[in-house]
Design a protein around this ligand. Sequence first.
Ligand code: CTP
Length: 424
Amino acid sequence: MSNSSLELAGKNIVLGLSGGIAAYKAAELCRAMVKEGASVQVVMTEAAEHFMTKVTMQALSGRQVFGSQWDDTAVRVNGEGIANNMPHINLTRGADAIVIAPCSADFMAKLLHGRADELLSLMCLARPIAEVPLILAPAMNREMWANPATQRNVAQLKQDGNTVLDVGEGDQACGEVGDGRMLEADEILADLIAFFTPKSLLGQKVLITAGPTYEAIDPVRGITNLSSGKMGFAIARAAYEAGADVTLIAGPVSLSTPRGVKRVDVKSAHNMMLAAVKYADYATIFIASAAVADWRPTNPADQKLKKDGTGDVPQLSFVENPDILATIAQSERGKKGLSGMPDGLFCVGFAAESQDLLVNAQAKRIRKGVPLLVGNIGPATFGQDDNALLLVDAKSVKELTRASKRELAKQLVADIAARLGQSA
Ligand code: CTP
């Protein structure tokens, strides 16, 4: 049964393994794809079988694993057709993608020349090129990766319309250190999910603020809030998947950076303001999801404040922080964005309220001068994995009902793309 909330629901993916020590990661990748709702058909080269057994891959995929072009038992990957001794045809028709992980240097060289002397390369050549994209996850020693022959092959394979994923960097199985490692299974999975996402924000440059800010009282103490940054990080991920170039300005949070997103870490509202103003110049969309502290201590102490034994407590005074969203929204490009002009900056504000969400969100939209305000109930969402949103513009109100922040982020991105007249 297909569950549409799974990221790869309904996808038929051929997972091809060529020879390389990274084959162990293919086991995890297979499991992760199946968990996300994909049907995975594994095909292995003879070299791959030196590193991973068919038994393991069969158990993880729940399907017979193929390795020979002479196999007469293969039917089509979507379960249709008959076994007619043509595995190279049957295993590619109905597939949504062929993913080669690991893809060795030798296998890339074979693909480049259209060689077809074993099942996996034969399948790549025989696949309907317009319907079955080929995605390669290279895996090799750093010298092999850096070799001009490999780099030439990578460039040509990309030019031929194939997707070549990045390589990882660091310790290699051979003991050397450098570029060429295969990405981890979760990274390949994220790249695959992005690959299948409609590119509704292609060409857009999205700037996002996320998380809380931290306002120092002294070198060891400060004031912050309960924002986890999860919503903003989810929006950054969804915007990247939709094809945007994404910069994420993050307050102090413990979240990992979504793949493909440029992250700028800041602490205080002042730092966040400086970074946001700088990057807003290059952006076409600005989404202010950060829970920026409204006030900061007037004079943070250089040294730790100490008790003096009298029982007196320090008297703190506060000044108001700059309003990042209002500043950017009221810039020349922000104003153009508000009136829908093409070279404007489309600003999206958030409102974290504790009551009267609609009234407060409508008032805040006008006060900040933004075309779109996203309201949510702060105490019900801070730190949680789910949320409910209210999208308020000048004419209408739209409710995004309670769902995971991941799901809501995708819906919000689709909504913004539609407002900008972009749909995939
Ligand atoms: N915001 C900002 N800079 C600030 C305060 C808020 O950029 N100094 C942005 C937030 O990122 C959010 C929106 O403004 O997009 C509204 O934030 P919120 O905290 O809900 O509102 P405030 O402006 O602080 O108003 P109030 O505290 O009175 O509700």
